[in-house]
Design a protein around this ligand. Structure first.
Ligand code: TMP
Length: 203
């Protein structure tokens, strides 16, 4: 098996990616891989505080400010967690990364996408995932899955989440080799069969 890989998992809120992420990590570990499961925001110690602000700050947050907090979280995460783990030969599986900012702050909130890409590159030293899996689900089903207790971003309306979903599909269209879309509408085990075949092809 290849060593030192970087896999990211993406999708709109309620797409079911957290369940799939744990299944992916277990699947890779069963193959003998040394897996580091991490997430954004909040994958590094400092990022935990940024996550708290990003998800629960109880006041106005401008879209630009929000974007910069995600970039700050990412820069610290890449330098202190992701890069060292890849260098140690681990398979890093990350719950959200650069594509989230393009989809949420870019497509969702209208922040300029080319500038987001520039700042993503600055934050990550242009570290791109080897593979990205996007879980695509109907926006109304996703909203139902999120339930009644919503954080700051989950509380954005259905139109916002539909734009985010469309953003992910555009990203996948523009980078078909890196980004694979999985239909996440079916039950968990059916979705995971699709995921396994993507991972098997990749590894
Ligand atoms: P999650 O960890 O439960 O997926 O929540 C993270 C939330 O933050 C989710 O609503 C997506 C959002 N987010 C952005 O808006 N931009 C980003 O760059 C990242 C990493 C997450």
């Amino acid at each position: 098996m290849k060593k030192g890989l970087f896999i990211t998992v993406e999708g709109a809120d309620g797409c079911g990616k957290t369940t799939q992420l744990n299944l992916i990590a277990q699947y890779l570990r069963d193959m003998g891989a040394d897996v580091l499961l991490t997430r954004e925001p909040g994958g590094a110690q400092l990022g935990l505080e940024l996550r708290e602000i990003l998800l629960h700050y109880d006041g106005f947050v401008s879209s630009k400010c929000e974007s910069f907090l995600f970039f700050a979280d990412r820069a610290q995460h890449v330098d202190t967690v992701i890069k060292p783990a890849i260098q140690q030969g681990k398979i890093v599986v990350c719950d959200r990364y650069t594509d989230s900012t393009v989809a949420y702050q870019g497509y969702g909130k209208g922040v300029d996408i080319s500038q987001i890409q520039y700042l993503n590159n600055l934050a990550t030293d242009s570290l791109l995932p080897d593979l990205t899996i996007v879980f695509d689900v109907d926006s109304e089903i996703a909203q139902q899955r999120v339930g009644a207790q919503k954080d700051r971003l989950e509380s954005e309306g259905i139109d916002f989440h539909a734009r985010v979903r469309n953003g992910y599909l555009q990203i996948a269209k523009s980078e078909p080799l890196r980004v694979k879309v999985v239909d996440a509408n079916p039950p968990v085990d059916v979705v995971f069969e699709s995921v396994k075949s993507i991972i098997d092809d990749f590894i």
